[in-house]
Design a protein around this ligand. Structure first.
Ligand code: ADP
Ligand code: MG
Length: 605
């Protein structure tokens, strides 16, 4: 066995470099953070060949005192904290004092700096860890870093570098994060002498966002703001019609520091559930501000992740802030009639569009049933089956009930809803602002989904008991997963038991499903329970089951509705928070405004 020995500082730096400096973008990130900490108002970044040739970062910040310049490249030397307690109140981007030492260990590193009160600047060269002697040099106030030949002394790391364009992409991403966190900074970025960004300073985040994402996106962004438990949350979230296939449009900042946080990302996804198509991701630029002691930033070498003292609170805050903002907004899809753009007749509406009010406003408030918290019992929704007439209190339909009776006339109800069914699939209705075309299946699906979800949360699911249990034969895999999850299924109203040999017995099922085809239903349940690839949370599984059951239970396209059924369905739509999208995120209705009609028929102007 070899004896233990203290590692040389150079090796320590190299190990730290392995952790902190993964690729050229890591260098850019660390240098930008240092410039922010030095209170610079302007930062220029010049990159050559994706950073593998050269990285130059110049700021006009406080500069480094000539006597400190050697310390700047010494590991664990920092001007930002002094005591262990300071770690719990970090106000700066940096505090570990290892970035410069790490970078200097794996590159040819030139630092030039001058403080405001110094007559001349100081230059220090570090050649792959060999620290030179500080020399006087001409320099403007501020600090410049010139890094070349990154990783030339660590061939393995160098080999892992991707194409310059890819590496530059990562650099641009780091640059973007800092630029979004600090709109007041004048920042420029060039690649191989080509200007990529020149961002003038601004007090308005939205102006900076516009430079990155264009007006099409920023025009539809929605402002959110909230304060709870000493934590401020503010920023912009995307309109549900503006989504991406990945999370790359999601930015989260904690006290000006870009962070990633799984729980908060999940809260964001949750806030958009049902509003965006499955698999699509919303856009968000969200800022959290809280006293530094409420979050530990010292849990990750590059400080990309933090640990919140109360992460549940931030989860709830983010979710409820976005949700309640959405409640007050028109999120319906509007029908656009535009001769020049025939193929795009349907366009998602921006926040400026008129609200689609299918039914006249109700007396009293609509209960917010999202959080599963307080729901006034007196305000509980009627059983959302478009029956005739709409029952005043929840009723349990029996399996024998005939679901739909025949044809419809245009109808007028006392409430003023006027609708006509076309193609046994869509309802055309007059709204206060114009007309709307409703997809009967999508709307009913949404209504049932909200209703059923609330029933499940309240543990008040109506069950239909079978006098003679149904036996269903399944594949071994399907039978196993159903038995394994029988408790979860129980909460949805199912009574399912093993009956040996891959056969299960159905004793009860949710009444909402009416007359199910048990073979098909159980197979679908098993499929939903067994989502491939990942291991979804109980919440996700429940959500998928709710969606599946709402879809099964909802009236189908091709079903003729009576006038009363139609009215009842339309009236139920205003009982739910978001009647504008089915649980899968498809629109339930398209709106055409009176103004648009007038315009198209030449009645205006
Ligand atoms: P940290 O940022 O964690 O303190 P670094 O290795 O990144 O560690 O930097 C070491 C020190 O060098 C900093 O604490 C700071 O005093 C000084 N420094 C680094 N970059 C700059 C800069 N651009 N302007 C002024 N001082 C700087
Ligand atoms: Mg630093």
């Amino acid at each position: 066995m070899s004896r233990i020995q203290q590692l040389d500082a150079r090796i320590v730096n190299k190990i730290a470099a392995g952790e902190v400096i993964e690729r050229p973008a890591s260098v850019v990130k660390e240098l930008l953070e240092n410039s922010v900490d030095a209170l610079a108002t302007r930062i220029d970044v010049e990159i050559e060949e994706g950073g593998s040739q050269r990285i130059r970062v110049v700021d006009n910040g406080e500069g480094i005192h000539p006597d400190d310049i050697l310390l700047a490249v010494t590991a664990h030397a920092t001007s930002k904290i002094q005591t262990a307690e300071d770690l719990f109140g970090v106000h700066t981007m940096g505090f570990r004092g290892e970035a410069l030492a790490s970078i200097a260990e794996v590159s040819r590193f030139v630092i030039r700096s001058r403080t405001a009160d110094a007559l001349a600047g100081t230059e220090l060269i570090v050649d792959y860890g060999d620290v030179g002697t500080p020399q006087p040099a001409a320099a403007p106030i501020g600090t410049s870093f010139d890094i070349s030949g990154l990783f030339n002394n660590t061939p393995v790391r160098r080999k892992f570098l991707k194409r310059p364009s890819t590496e530059f992409g990562h650099i641009a991403e780091q640059f973007t994060r800092v630029a979004l966190a600090h709109p007041r900074l004048h920042m420029t970025l060039t690649h191989n002498d080509r200007d990529v960004f020149d961002l003038p300073p601004t007090d308005r985040l939205i102006e900076r966002l516009e430079l990155f994402y264009g007006r099409d996106v920023t025009e539809t962004l929605i402002w959110v703001e909230n304060e709870a438990g000493g934590c401020k949350l503010w920023g912009y979230v995307g309109h549900p019609s503006q989504t991406k296939s990945n999370r790359k449009g999601q930015y989260l900042f904690l006290n000006g520091r870009p962070i990633s946080d799984r729980s908060l990302s999940h809260a964001l996804t949750e806030a958009y559930r049902g509003l965006v198509m499955v698999g699509r991701q919303p856009i968000a630029f969200l800022f959290l501000e809280m006293p530094p002691e409420l979050a530990d930033v010292n849990v990750h070498p590059t400080k990309a992740e933090v640990r919140f003292q109360d992460s549940q609170q931030h989860y709830r805050q983010l979710l409820s802030t976005i949700r309640s903002t959405f409640l007050g907004l028109p999120l319906e899809t509007s029908l656009r009639v535009d001769a020049s753009d025939q193929h795009q007749a349907v366009e998602a509406g921006g926040p400026h569009q008129q609200r689609l009010a299918i039914a006249p406003a109700r007396g009293g408030t609509t209960p917010t049933r999202w959080s599963g918290s307080a729901t006034a019992a007196s305000d509980s929704p009627t059983y959302p089956q478009p029956t005739s007439p709409a029952p005043a209190s929840p009723t349990v339909p029996t399996a024998e009930e005939e679901p739909w009776s025949p044809p419809a006339q245009p109808t007028t109800t006392s409430g003023g809803v006027r609708g006509i069914q076309v193609h046994d699939c869509y309802l055309v209705i007059e709204t206060p602002d114009g007309v709307a075309i409703v997809d009967q299946h999508a709307l009913h699906e949404r209504v049932l989904y909200e209703y059923f979800k609330q029933r499940v949360l309240d543990e008040e699911v109506e069950r239909q008991k079978l006098l003679v249990p149904e036996s269903v034969e399944l594949s071994p895999r399907e039978a196993a997963v159903l038995i394994e999850q029988s408790e979860l299924l129980e909460s949805l109203g199912f009574g399912i038991e093993a009956f040996g040999n891959n056969t299960v017995l159905v004793q009860a099922y949710p009444a909402i499903l009416r007359k199910p085809d048990f073979d098909q239903l159980l197979q679908d349940l098993a499929d939903t329970l067994e989502q491939p690839g990942q291991s979804p949370s109980r919440r996700d599984i429940l959500e998928s089951l709710l969606q599946m059951m709402a879809c099964k239970a909802a009236i189908k396209a091709g079903h003729r509705l009576t006038a009363e059924e139609m009215d009842s369905l339309l009236e139920q739509s205003h009982l739910i928070d978001d009647a504008h999208h089915c649980p899968h995120g498809r629109p339930t209705a398209l709106a055409l405004s009176r103004a648009e009609l007038d315009r198209q028929f030449g009645r205006l102007g």
